[in-house]
Design a protein around this ligand. Structure first.
Ligand code: PXP
Length: 260
């Protein structure tokens, strides 16, 4: 299974002090050495972490393909077209959000998406759409002619965290806890079933399927088991572990979990 490492959080740390360190550019050789397949970065409209100069330098110097996440705004799409990454993943963006909270409204934004996708593809940039796992979004993505879709796994990750997080510290009785666990287990099974069925459908339609958001060393295995998902893009958990183990080891640990 392919692994894209999202290195935005290195820039988040730098921006916390608004100085030059740590530089996400320094991650490129480490990510490559650790056996990842792709580097993912997000050039947000508010430039809260990755700056234009980061994106430019990373695309120029990376030996690995760059997957540049971007909003649909014409200003950003023009920049992406000039930078020419290997892939552009179109994501929804809200200034007030801490992270990308959900998938694109593919059905409601077809005209704007069509324009952006045509511009990117005309510049030989493959396009992916970051979508919620729904059949409407998969079908709309197919009709837009993109090469990839990436399923937002946030809901799956949230259910997983509720189920295996510290439920015991909540003010529930034992009986209530058991009921909650049973419900959460069912919700998790249902969400995995949806991801599995839709990935299969998407591949049948000729789309390539990636997934990401909220995946970590605990919850990734069930997603790896879905054979039709070809690639995962993972940021937060890898960068968090790298604080203690170093970036190379953190990627090697994740890589090992992605073996099929
Ligand atoms: N994929 C996409 C499209 C994203 O926007 C992000 C970041 O929100 C990720 C993957 C990685 O998510 P995380 O940092 O939670 O691993």
């Amino acid at each position: 299974m392919l692994l894209g490492v999202n290195i935005d959080h290195i820039a988040v740390l730098r921006e916390a002090r608004a100085i030059a360190d740590p530089d996400p550019l320094d991650a490129l050789s480490i990510v490559k050495r650790a056996g990842a397949d792709q580097i993912t970065i997000h050039l947000r409209e508010d430039r809260r972490h990755i700056r234009d100069s980061d994106a430019e330098n990373i695309i120029k110097h990376s030996m690995l393909p760059i997957n540049l996440e971007c909003a649909i705004s014409p200003e950003i799409i023009d920049i992406v077209t000039t930078l020419r990454p290997h892939r552009a993943t179109i994501v929804p963006e809200k200034r007030e959000e801490v992270t990308t909270e959900g998938g694109l409204a593919v059905v409601g934004e077809q005209i704007a998406l069509q324009r952006a996708i045509a511009q990117l593809q005309a510049n030989e940039i493959e396009v992916s759409l970051f979508i919620d796992p729904t059949i409407e979004s998969v079908e709309a993505s197919k009709s837009l002619g993109v090469e990839w879709i990436e399923f937002h796994t946030g809901k799956y990750a949230n259910i997983y965290a509720m189920l295996y997080g510290n439920l015991a510290s909540t003010p529930y009785s034992i009986a209530e806890l058991e009921l909650t666990r049973t419900k959460l287990k069912k919700m998790l099974r249902d969400e995995l079933k949806i991801l599995r069925c839709l990935s299969y459908d998407a591949v049948e339609m000729g789309l390539r399927v990636a997934a990401g958001h909220g995946l970590n060393y605990h919850n990734v295995k069930e997603i790896v088991d879905i054979e039709t998902i070809e690639e995962l893009n993972i940021g937060q958990s890898i960068i968090a572990r790298s604080v203690f183990s170093g970036l190379e080891q953190a990627i090697l640990d994740m890589r090992a979990l992605l073996l099929r």
